[in-house]
Design a protein around this ligand. Structure first.
Ligand SMILES: [Zn+2]
Length: 292
């Protein structure tokens, strides 16, 4: 199933990414409820990467409109004091609202969503504060039992007999797929960190290397590093508002032309709400392999 991803992201101002069919919101920047309208009621899990205001300011309205019976479940880096403070403030400011669930996470922890889906919290290098967990990034995974490689070529009857004799667990193994990786803010793209991810949503605040600073990524590094990955799609977000759509397009196309990445590239422009991103025409598409 193609994830239905809607996002809005402008560096400094607001970033949120909604994956409708998973009921997941990644970060909750200003305007998320206004943009999603009634669809914001579909948000069941909110995974926040860090407490910069452009990633959290939509929580107040989301909470006021939608919190009920422990939903949404809001997850945040466990050593970040801003979130307990927000929770307390929300309960005083909007005492009539329902109650959400607030849970601090540290890197390595997983949260089960529906069915085979789960989200893994991972170390983000955006805010490094000793051993304290002040920033996370997230990977949405699915995990299911598949036939062990040794048995895959056997006829169905033999597999059924083996299952009968030895049990399901003897002939199958758990297989985890990393469906979506989400960087939040990140100083750069580390290929190793995102190995195996199918769809990567990564920030690219600056179009040129020279302007990279403040623990943010720049487009040349992001595209070079991403080209080492076997992605199915790259979605670039968090561009600085100093750049026009035309400048962003030109920079991505020029750099992609020299790198020839094997995956499509989508861009979320500053100030834009981009709906069902993977259904749109990508900015960059790899040329089809020659048919013989
Ligand atoms: Zn940011």
């Amino acid at each position: 199933m193609r994830p239905n991803i809607t996002a809005s992201s402008t560096a400094l101002f607001s970033t949120w990414v909604f994956i409708e069919n998973f009921g997941v919101l990644l970060d909750a920047g200003d305007g998320v409820s206004a943009s999603l309208g009634q669809k914001s009621r579909k948000v069941r899990h909110v995974f926040v990467t860090h407490a910069d205001r452009d990633h959290i300011c939509g929580l107040l309205q989301l909470n006021q409109l939608n919190a009920r019976d422990g939903i949404p479940a809001i997850y945040f880096p466990k050593d970040c004091g801003s979130f307990p403070a927000l929770k307390e403030f929300f309960s005083k400011f909007d005492p009539q609202s329902g109650v959400a669930t607030w849970t601090g996470l540290q890197a390595g922890e997983s949260i089960k969503l529906k069915g085979e889906l789960f989200v893994e919290a991972r170390t983000s290098l955006h805010v490094v504060s000793g051993d304290l967990c002040k920033a996370l990034d997230y990977t949405i995974c699915s995990s299911r039992r598949t036939l062990k490689a040794d048995y895959r070529d056997l006829p169905g009857k033999e597999i059924a007999a083996l299952r009968e004799a030895n049990g399901e667990e003897a002939i199958t193994e758990m297989r985890t797929e990393k469906l979506i990786g989400y960087s939040g803010d990140a100083p750069e793209l580390e290929p190793k960190h995102w190995e195996g991810v199918r769809i990567l949503i990564h920030e690219a605040t600056f179009l040129e290397t020279e302007t990279a600073r403040n623990s943010h990524s720049n487009l040349p590094q992001v595209l070079r590093a991403a080209s080492q990955l076997q992605l199915e799609a790259l979605i670039l977000i968090h561009f600085s508002a100093r750049y026009s759509k035309e400048e962003i397009d030109a920079a991505i196309l020029a750099q992609a032309a020299s790198l020839s990445p094997s995956f499509p590239i989508y861009a979320v422009y500053p100030g834009e709400v981009k709906t069902d991103i993977l259904a749109s025409v990508p900015l960059w598409e790899p040329s089809a392999p020659p048919t013989t």
